[in-house]
Design a binder for this molecule. Structure first.
Ligand code: SF4
Length: 349
């Protein structure tokens, strides 16, 4: 049971007439372009994404595929000269962020949407106690006194499983292990009961046991708080652990979507299939590693047609000439951007 003023739920959740919670996230045609001296870099291209309330969607892909840029665009953290963000719609828990003043978007951070970074040590202030840092959220957003805010902070530490929370609120970041610090960041992110939690590689720096604990924590919190979760990861094991659905990105585009089971058991895009093959099989320790040939494309000079064609083992003459749009496949919510998606699924199962 979650208690505490901050965790009693968001101040206002707009429900549909039939009482359903709005989708945690709905994005339509998001483009993010960086401009530098060498030209225009299309980091995200025509991205559509949906996450229901209480659902975990894992966004997968290699470094530079556009996953983290997507997260920062949603959070309104790309408001810089040299970055152009355009979308038909970016709606978080029913509120369309498109065209909102940066001050309004800032106000939604924490209350409606929150982001957990991977590097807990640099995200926490080393000279403030954990109680002061967590309590600040309640002092600023809820107008609580210092004492009441500290009590809320202890409640949050208890929520994320930190032992002796009433004592530990007085400690500083360096007095916690890496896993504990990551829990504290998650506590800070969920303090005000956001409807959308974006976790950007939240377990990358942690050992396997602590990683499992953090994933379990995120899973428990989404169930208890009803948050939608966008989990950004390059780790297929992490996705398999807690995600309901998966979206795979390549060169700034989503190239495949489906449930975890559909995508991991029968990938429809050759890039997803290659990602899966590149994961070492611990049950076959003698097997050779099978990395994806070549390297991720230069976004300043994307290959023509299908951007994956120089690395694809199924490419035909059609692929460099004809860019495949992402299209629905047989199962609901399943899609892939490949001319030969059906054949790729058949080859995988
Ligand atoms: Fe490979 Fe062609 Fe499919 Fe692209 S469209 S993923 S190059 S088979």
């Amino acid at each position: 049971m979650i208690s505490g003023a901050g965790l009693s739920g968001p101040a206002e959740v707009r429900r549909s007439p039939d009482g359903d919670l709005p989708a945690a996230l709905r994005i339509r045609h998001l483009d993010v372009t960086f401009t530098n001296r060498r030209g225009e870099i299309p980091a995200v291209r025509g991205l559509d994404l949906d996450i229901a309330a209480g659902e975990v969607l894992a966004l997968l892909g290699e470094s530079g595929s556009g996953k983290s840029v997507t997260a920062r665009a949603v959070m309104g953290l790309l408001d810089h000269p040299g970055v152009r963000v355009r979308a038909d719609e970016v709606r978080v828990a029913g509120t369309d962020l498109n065209g909102l003043h940066p001050d309004r978007i800032r106000a939604l951070r924490g209350e409606t949407m929150a982001l957990v970074f991977q590097d807990a040590l640099s995200a926490l202030n080393p000279v403030l106690s954990i109680g002061d840092q967590l309590g600040e959220v309640f002092r600023i957003h809820r107008g609580l006194s210092r004492r009441a805010a500290r009590a809320e902070a202890a409640e949050l530490l208890r929520l994320v499983g930190i032992p002796a929370p009433d004592r530990r609120v007085r400690d500083y970041p360096h007095q916690f292990s890496g896993g504990m610090r990551q829990r504290i960041l998650i506590a800070m992110a969920v303090a005000l009961g956001p409807r959308l939690l974006i976790a950007d590689e939240p377990t990358t720096a942690l050992d396997v046991t602590v990683q499992a604990q953090i994933l379990e924590l995120v899973d428990r919190l989404r169930a208890e708080l009803g948050m939608g979760v966008l989990l950004i990861t390059h780790d297929l094991g992490v996705a398999a652990e807690i995600a309901d659905r998966v979206a795979v990105m390549y060169a700034g585009r989503i190239v495949e979507t489906g449930t975890v089971t559909e995508v991991l058991d029968g990938p429809a895009h050759p890039y997803t299939a290659a990602l899966l093959r590149s994961v070492p099989d611990l049950e076959q320790p003698g097997d050779l590693l099978r990395p994806i040939p070549g390297s991720p494309p230069n976004l300043l000079a994307l290959p023509t047609g299908c951007a994956f064609h120089p690395r694809c083992d199924r490419a035909t003459q059609r692929c460099p000439a004809d860019r495949p749009e992402r299209r629905p496949l047989a199962a609901p919510g399943r899609s892939a951007a490949c001319h030969y998606a059906e054949e790729t699924v058949d080859a995988a199962v």
